[in-house]
Write a protein that binds this ligand. Structure first.
Ligand code: ANZ
Ligand code: ZN
Length: 804
């Protein structure tokens, strides 16, 4: 049968259906009529258009999400699946700088190119809702959100030590660091103290942590966010500075070790330090140390670990005086920036005490304590005054209570999370809508004057002076104060690209609304997002920022929900023949090449088949050939002449439908495809038994099962089978699960203890009926020699033994 059939021409079929879908758009949605219970907002991370073309990682994510959404649509959901472009920001601008083209021109072109590729991969996008963050109709509302946060006291300008990328020539947020390197360009960063704009994300630290409990997210995402926010419940203890009435407050998780303190350490930028050093003979040495330490390359260790500052602190526990040091192992901005040194029970303190020559005291006794070094575990308190003899865990609480009674300590919570630094000394972003007036000070741009347009300037390169490129554009800088009408200067920093993407999913449903950021009715109909498919690298950046912005806007009365992404899934990484894809290895999969070679359907099927989508897959050209052979086989099945058998048992088809359904519900696309492969094999093997009608019905079912994976071939097969356009709005094949279960087992029939036959029997079949079934087998009757069985042994749902 194979020989006469022509091969499937993916290029021709795909072009034809693409044109048809684009002209009559079967996936179009009327968001103004959408009912909350039928809608499904299927969100994928939008790409930033660079010149490199769409990354295969994007294609991988999008195909998984699209496959799932097609399955849902066939199950009756109205799926909203928008796409857009994260077209503002450093990544796009860095590319423009590299190729020496103005970002405005370049972005327009790359967006057009990306649109082409995104159209090419067979995803049922709702193009009518496209957004681009660099479009004034979009960033007008990014600026509006800034104003709302500013009015609420959640956006502020402050001088702070910030991370500076010497190559991108801008400050970065903590979240944009990978170790001590810029997440964008990989350069080792330096520190600067600068006046910058921040969003007060720390005000939401508790809510951002506590809200995680209610989210259907992978455990790893929740853990990463929790650790990033880093809530530590601990104790603050006040030490008096000897000879003064001033205090230094330390932050500790081990107040039970307070009797073991032998020194105090301050971070180099501790606010009390300058005052303490003034007039101290140790001043010059300490200042020299701090300066060298600030200039030190990351990872470089100075000869001195710390410097004595010439003062002592009085322990509130026993009145002992201990020396105060400045050292870089105390991190500024964490806790109180001051640490009580307990070398007996903290490893860093131990190392420091060793290096500087300070005593080590044991106050927690345990058999497990090492002979040399700090014992950091629990034990029994010793040398701890009235607390000696207590277990350290209990001592912790009792000592805290005792210090609290005297007003020398308190329970406290600290966070690792910092405020979100949003200003960038770059060109390609939304100008921060603030004006500085000599008389009125800092004045927000009135809402009705938004957007503050980004001017098209020739000198867009970052300057490196700490001033943004816009600062050298007088026609932009010089303005009038919206409050007093006097001369004023505009803020010239732009906001970070992560601000743009922190709210794009709110804009999609209302992309055509131009007098407000979103329409409340549509927002209620479409949001929140029902499934967000994204990458691991965004967990403590984009996912965190979006949650913060959504919570804040919710509290300000602009949104009816506080969590934007109740359901999140992370896709795995695609590697190539065992190795990570990288340009230097030259093994980056370019989706374009494959699209022309094997067509969209095969690439989609292959990406979904090469591994568990949430765990990632290994892209191999050989295995891709395996998939193309499979789709060719399917095509031959579709186009084979109808058989003329007497009737086949088609329960296998129903079972496959049910199994694929189970797999798809759990995003196990690879196992769903494996089921389909099994079914196609089974169909080839049993084809002769089918009646023509049965076969046609079977082929229609196979087309429907194929539709989420290979939308083009499925549409083509469906139309040839006389199906109504479009297959993608047809219902998923129905299976009667009860019928399925009941035909699902093969009853072993024994005669006198020997297996003589197997017969299909419904699960739960009664003994009487099983006996009848067994006796209907000619083989069984033969072995009984025509006699009635004397005795019957019945094991439910397994076996029947007839004893003759
Ligand atoms: C005394 C002590 C004794 C400590 C002991 C530990 C063990 P986590 O759990 O990470 O929050 N610490 C406090 N602020 C610090 C800073 N700015 N830079 C560096 N270290 C700092 O760590 C809390 C512990 O880290 C605190 O408890 C403090 O050392 C140190 F046997 O205080 B501990
Ligand atoms: Zn950089």
């Amino acid at each position: 049968m194979q020989e006469q059939q022509p091969d499937y021409d993916a290029g021709e079929v795909e072009a034809r259906w693409r044109a048809r879908w684009e002209s009559d758009d079967p996936f179009r949605l009327d968001v103004d009529r959408l009912q909350p219970e039928e809608k499904f907002y299927n969100l994928v991370e939008f790409p930033y258009p660079s010149g490199e073309g769409l990354h295969v990682g994007h294609v991988y994510t999008y195909c998984g999400a699209d496959c799932y959404s097609r399955f849902l649509r066939m199950g009756g959901k109205k799926v909203f699946q928008p796409i857009g472009f994260d077209s503002f920001g450093i990544h796009t601008e860095n590319y423009a700088l590299r190729v020496g083209e103005h970002p405005m021109r370049l972005t327009a072109r790359t967006i057009a190119r990306y649109r082409e590729i995104l159209r090419g991969i067979g995803i049922a996008w709702n193009w009518e809702h496209e957004v681009a963050t660099s479009d004034p109709s979009y960033y007008r509302w990014t600026q509006w959100i800034f104003l709302k946060l500013y009015e609420a006291g959640l956006a502020m300008r402050k001088e702070a030590p910030v991370v500076w990328c010497p190559s991108c020539l801008t400050v970065l947020a903590n979240e944009q660091l990978e170790g001590d390197r810029c997440e964008r360009c990989g350069s080792v960063v330096t520190k600067r103290v600068m006046m910058q704009w921040f969003f007060r994300m720390t005000a939401y630290a508790d809510r951002l942590i506590d809200g995680l409990d209610g989210l259907d997210w992978p455990e790893v995402s929740k853990t990463l966010q929790r650790e990033w926010i880093g809530r530590a419940r601990a104790t603050e203890i006040d030490f008096t500075i000897a000879g003064t009435d001033r205090t230094l407050t330390v932050f500790t998780t081990r107040p039970d070790t307070v009797f073991g303190v032998t020194f105090l350490v301050l971070a180099p930028d501790h606010p009390e330090l300058a005052r303490l050093l003034a007039g101290s003979p140790h001043r010059a040495q300490a200042e020299d140390f701090i300066e060298r330490q600030q200039r030190a390359a990351p990872g470089e260790v100075l000869k001195e670990r710390g410097i004595f500052i010439g003062h002592a602190a009085v322990s509130p526990a026993d009145g002992r005086e201990v020396p105060i040091y400045v050292a870089d192992y105390v991190v500024s901005g964490y806790g109180t920036g001051a640490v009580m040194g307990v070398p007996g029970h903290d490893s860093r303190d131990f190392e420091f005490a060793r290096a500087v020559g300070l005593p080590v005291v044991t106050v927690v006794a345990s058999d497990e304590a090492p002979a040399d070094g700090a014992y950091t575990g629990e034990g029994t308190l010793v040398e701890s005054g009235r607390f000696s003899g207590l277990p350290s865990t209990e001592g912790r609480e009792r000592i805290t209570d005792w210090l609290a009674e005297q007003g020398r300590g308190r329970r406290a919570t600290h966070y690792r999370l910092r405020d979100w630094l949003i200003s960038r000394q770059r060109y390609w972003g939304p100008p921060i809508p603030i004006v500085y007036c000599q008389d009125c000070g800092t004045v927000p741009v009135p809402e009705d004057q938004l957007p503050v347009l980004l001017p098209d300037i020739a000198e867009f390169r970052p300057t490196g002076t700490g001033e943004a490129p816009l600062a050298s554009e007088p026609s932009f800088v010089n303005t009038t104060c919206p409050r007093c009408g006097g001369p004023a200067r505009r803020e010239t920093d732009v906001s970070d690209t992560f601000v743009d993407s922190a709210w794009y999913f709110l804009r999609y449903p209302s992309s055509d609304v131009d007098d407000r950021p979103w329409d409340d009715d549509r927002t209620r109909r479409v949001l929140p997002v029902d499934l967000y498919a994204g990458g691991r690298e965004h967990v403590v950046r984009h996912h965190l920022y979006a949650r913060f912005v959504t919570m804040a806007l919710h509290d300000l009365g602009h949104l009816p929900f506080a969590e934007p992404f109740p359901h999140l899934r992370l896709h795995g990484l695609l590697i190539k023949e065992g190795a990570k894809m990288s340009k230097s290895r030259g093994n980056v999969v370019n989706p374009d090449d494959y699209l022309t070679q094997v067509g969209v359907d095969n690439l989609r099927m292959y990406l979904l088949f090469c591994g568990d989508w949430e765990e990632g897959g290994d892209f191999s050209d050989r295995d891709l050939k395996g998939i193309t052979r499979f789709t060719q086989r399917l095509w031959r099945l579709f186009t084979a002449p109808a058989p003329s058998g007497t009737g086949a048992d088609v329960a296998e088809i129903g079972r496959t439908v049910a199994r694929m359904e189970e797999s798809l519900e759990r995003l196990k696309f690879n196992t769903a495809i494996a089921r389909l492969m099994e079914l196609s094999r089974w169909l080839s093997d049993h084809r002769e038994a089918f009646t023509a009608d049965q076969w046609r019905e079977a082929m229609r079912t196979v087309a429907l099962l194929l539709a989420p994976f290979a939308p083009f071939m499925a549409e083509e097969a469906w139309s040839r089978l006389g199906g109504k356009y479009s297959i993608h709005v047809q219902p998923w094949p129905r299976v009667d699960r009860s019928a399925l279960r009941t035909s699902d087992f093969s009853l072993v029939v024994q005669v006198n203890g020997k297996v003589r036959d197997r017969v299909q029997a419904p699960v739960g079949i009664a003994e009487e009926r099983a006996r009848e079934l067994a006796l209907s087998s000619a083989k069984v009757r033969d072995h009984l020699g025509g006699r009635e069985p004397r005795q019957v042994v019945f094991v439910p749902d397994r076996l029947i033994n007839l004893v003759g």
